[in-house]
Ligand binder design. Structure first.
Ligand SMILES: N[C@@H](CCC(=O)N[C@@H](CS)C(=O)NCC(=O)O)C(=O)O
Length: 231
């Protein structure tokens, strides 16, 4: 039997409860997707802080689980066939947890949910992230206006797609699902952290802001947004 100790990541971040899912994360929009899902499902987990200030994501122990040096990542001691499963990429983790818990990815509209999950993974997240760089962080010192404008316009366009999709709908694909857990944290980051609500037209929308408020009112979301704490 494979023991968790066989995974080098557990040497840097020892499990407190070795029977629980081990989560390696930071409370960023990609990180909180997974802590929110774990809270929504009531699955037991140990949250470990991957601190970017000390480049934890570049440590050999973290890279042994995710060679792409990005959070979130998980190690489930009770994966398929009762064997441990190590997994990175937040979209893959959300699908895995939904199948494990039997929640938030119904058979009836499985591919519709996956479609909107991929809309976030391939579009909303990467484009908003680049806008954050050029509007809020180091990239704002770049004088050439084209990079920021490119990502601003793309963020505005994606928000309009979402606004249209949410017309007459509470959630993006049927009932509340992993697609919402992927999308909504990025809306919050765009509005509150990047402070890009005015330049992207977010502030003029109706459905998208109401959707985010509905998401943020969920107790499991409020708990998941704080994970992992600073210990
Ligand atoms: N596609 C990845 C993206 C993950 C990602 O970009 N994580 C960022 C934080 S939000 C990160 O770990 N950055 C650290 C680094 O690039 O060194 C996923 O969804 O899991």
């Amino acid at each position: 039997m494979t023991a968790l100790a066989d995974f080098a990541i557990t040497h840097k971040w020892p499990p407190r409860n070795p029977d629980a899912i081990q989560l390696y994360s930071l409370a960023t929009p990609n990180g909180v997707k997974v802590s929110i899902m774990l809270e929504e499902c009531g699955l037991p987990y140990d949250a470990h802080l991957v601190d970017f200030a000390t480049s934890d994501q570049m440590s050999p122990e973290f890279l042994s689980l995710n060679p792409n040096n990005k959070i979130p990542a998980i190690l489930d001691p009770n994966g398929p066939g009762g064997k441990p499963l190590a997994l990175f990429e937040s979209g893959a983790i959300l699908v895995y947890l939904a199948e494990k818990a039997g929640k938030f990815l119904p058979d009836a509209n499985r591919y519709e949910v996956i479609q909107w999950l991929m809309f976030q993974m391939g579009g909303l997240g990467p484009m908003f992230g680049q806008l954050g760089f050029f509007h809020t962080f180091a990239g704002k010192e770049i004088e050439d206006p084209r990079p920021k404008e490119r990502y601003r316009a793309e963020a505005e366009r994606l928000l309009k797609v979402l606004e249209g999709r949410l017309e007459g709908r509470d959630w993006v694909a049927g009932d509340y699902s992993i697609a919402d857990m992927a999308i909504a944290p990025w809306l919050r980051t765009l509005r509150d952290f990047y402070k890009a609500g005015d330049i992207t037209g977010y502030d003029t929308l109706k459905n998208v802001p109401a959707y985010l408020e509905q998401f943020l009112s969920r107790p499991a979301v409020q708990r998941g947004l704080l994970v992992p704490g600073r210990g």
